[in-house]
Design a protein around this ligand. Structure first.
Ligand code: PMV
Length: 333
């Protein structure tokens, strides 16, 4: 069996996926919009062995960033491999090695790039004939946001109504807009509640339905802002939705509070630079304490230097819009 190596970029959501309509298939409550990242990616090699396995066995050999994946994280990957085995009608074991070029739990979604790369590599290695839309649906079952990493550039995940229709598609190529994502790392700690668990809690917040409703009006605004490369229009919408999503998290039961003091320091600083220096930079935050700051290419060096000078910022990761998953020639084993 040939081994296959695929690289997939992570993505940063402008309008977030938070809350599930049907947790069994990661059917979201709203559509979402993201940018695939060129410089934050996962590379995954998959080789299917000839020996057989029963579905559910911890028989697959899964290594991420040099360490064998065990426990619930390992079981989640095995469940995904089981789906692919079922599609191909095989019970072969897989050998999987995966490497992120960014720290896990850095506020960059390793599950998005990880499940996108795994899906494409595992299906290709089995010779499954699937198009990007079918792969997007399959990747969504591993991790919702992974369905968006099946496409490059600026991406819409249409919430759809079932497994086949809840898929992502590209809105604009990466070259359409040289928008920078600077991730201000304020904490390297692992998050206590995974986003997988968090999606189920969204409905417990009385603010959730208000956000879901408002997102319906924001989606076309964000799409138009990207079409026009209008950072101000995009920025106002993404800050609103990041704050709204965190308000939902914070007011659910139990309450999820992902922010650290450094989170607020960055938020306040970004708004201060805008007001006082006219620096066009806008923030968004995923399910963690680190802050993504979006700005135009020409402002990126200034924003990066400003962020790095903040007392609670320990690192700044820089990324531009990136391509759809692609094959690389150097396997990881
Ligand atoms: O794909 P998940 O289950 O890790 O959820 C992603 C959740 C957020 O990153 C917070 C938002 C998003 O749309 O990426």
């Amino acid at each position: 069996m040939p081994k296959t190596t695929i690289r997939a970029g992570s993505n940063i959501a402008f309008i977030k996926y938070w809350g599930v309509e049907d947790a069994a298939i990661n059917l979201p409550q709203t559509s979402s919009i993201s940018m695939t990242l060129a410089d934050a990616y996962t590379t995954t090699t998959v080789e299917w062995q000839s020996s057989s396995a029963q579905a559910g066995d911890q028989d697959d050999d899964i290594v991420i960033d040099g360490r064998t994946l065990r426990g619930e994280a390992g079981a989640r990957v095995v469940r995904h491999l089981d789906r692919i085995r079922a599609l191909a009608g095989t019970n072969q074991r897989a050998r999987v090695a995966s490497r992120n070029n960014f720290p896990m739990a850095s506020g960059i979604a390793s599950s998005a790039s990880g499940f996108a790369a795994l899906t494409v590599a595992a299906c290709q290695a089995l010779g499954l004939d699937m198009n990007a839309t079918q792969l997007s649906a399959l990747a969504r079952l591993g991790s919702g946001s992974a369905c968006r990493s099946l496409f490059g550039g600026f991406v819409l995940w249409d919430r759809g109504y079932d497994h086949e229709t809840s898929v992502a598609r590209m809105l604009f190529l990466p070259e359409h807009w040289d928008l920078y994502d600077l991730v201000a790392i304020v904490s390297h700690g692992e998050k206590k509640v995974s986003s997988e668990g968090g999606h189920r809690l969204a409905a417990t917040s009385p603010l959730n339905q208000a956000r879901v409703e408002h997102v319906k009006t924001l989606l076309p605004i964000v799409q138009e802002a990207i079409a026009q490369c209008d950072l101000e229009q995009l920025g106002e919408a993404i800050e609103w939705d990041a704050l709204a999503m965190h308000a939902v998290m914070q007011t659910g039961s139990p309450s999820l509070l992902y922010w650290q003091p450094g989170t607020l320091e960055v938020i306040q600083a970004v708004r201060r630079w805008r007001d006082e220096e006219g620096l066009a930079a806008y923030f968004t935050i995923d399910a963690g304490p680190n802050v993504h700051v979006l700005c135009a290419a020409e402002d990126a060096p200034t924003v990066q230097a400003h962020l790095a000078a903040l007392p609670s910022v320990v690192d700044v990761l820089v990324s531009r819009p990136g391509p759809a998953p692609y094959a690389v020639t150097d396997p990881l084993f």
